[in-house]
Design a protein around this ligand. Sequence first.
Ligand code: SAM
Ligand code: SF4
Length: 341
Amino acid sequence: MDGAAPQAADRGLLDPFGRIVTYLRVSVTDRCDFRCEYCMSEDMTFLPKSEVLSLEELDRVCSAFVRKGVRKLRLSGGEPLVRKDILKLVNQLGRHLQSGALDELTLTTNGSQLHRFAAPLYAAGVRRVNVSMDSMRPDRFREITRRGELAQVQRGLAAARDAGLGVKINAVALKGVNDDEYDDMIRWCGECGYDLTLIETMPMGEVDHDRADRYLPLSLVRSRLERSWTLEDIDYSSGGPARYVRIAETGRKVGFITPLSHNFCESCNRVRLTCTGTLYMCLGQNDAADLRFPLRVEAGDELLEAAIDEAIGRKPKGHDFVIDRRNSGPAVARHMSVTGG
Ligand code: SAM
Ligand code: SF4
């Protein structure tokens, strides 16, 4: 129709605050082989399989987002590499890289299975992975993860590098737990050729301790690092909320994700899908849209696409995370493993 106003699809997924959603994070399972103490409680109850989207359903919903203009997909969890037949999904989604519809297909993983998956992930078109590693000391690593083997993760990291994958290490900054290790991490990442991102702990889901005890503002970490390293501000963005510096001595990037001490919502371009098909338009808010019903009620994608448009139309302006002594409970009840971070 000549002269008609552009439709939402022409402009991509435009939200009410003028932000265009180009990034979808998908939690492919709520299950995990670790129980990181800041993320899960010791005895988690996982979802019955019937509630979890099948690999075909995950492919359908991701592909609908790609048709609507999403350029970057990140698979997360729980632990994405413990989902049965996960490579089938990664290989399927790889077709969008080949067609040019997608710029990047990537994963956030705890690395425990990376020694097995690094090469097939690369073959499927994955070029970068984020690997969570909160300590470089085996005993401490086991304490934080409650069941992780550091040596196995490091074997996976080496396999990733050998396969040609770019690696970024994610470490949650935890006061009194790993705050004596950031210099070692920077040095080690420099030697191995990995980037590093430090993350402030976020108040999501009940855990077995008081988060205010562990909260460490990254502004403090940054000024401590400046005593040992030359931090050069750089104009790099991975399309996410991290602010990056380059460490002159190692040449590698270090990112800081600071949802609590600095609100990064104004440039938010992402939404998050749980493994049950619930779409969260904001990590720190409870409003959500059910995409499983439209996925399951008809074989075509018309209802699904309408539900996506409707959901993006109510993406909120931002989150209201606070952690202090009076406010140390979770800001949202769900754990990070539900939306995959
Ligand atoms: N299992 C994978 C892993 O650990 O990388 C992917 C899922 S995990 C939920 C994604 C990221 O969220 C990890 O880097 C983890 O450290 C981080 N995370 C989990 N709970 C968090 C919390 N409460 N605050 C900050 N980061 C958290
Ligand atoms: Fe599992 Fe990742 Fe949560 Fe740790 S942070 S318990 S590895 S989902």
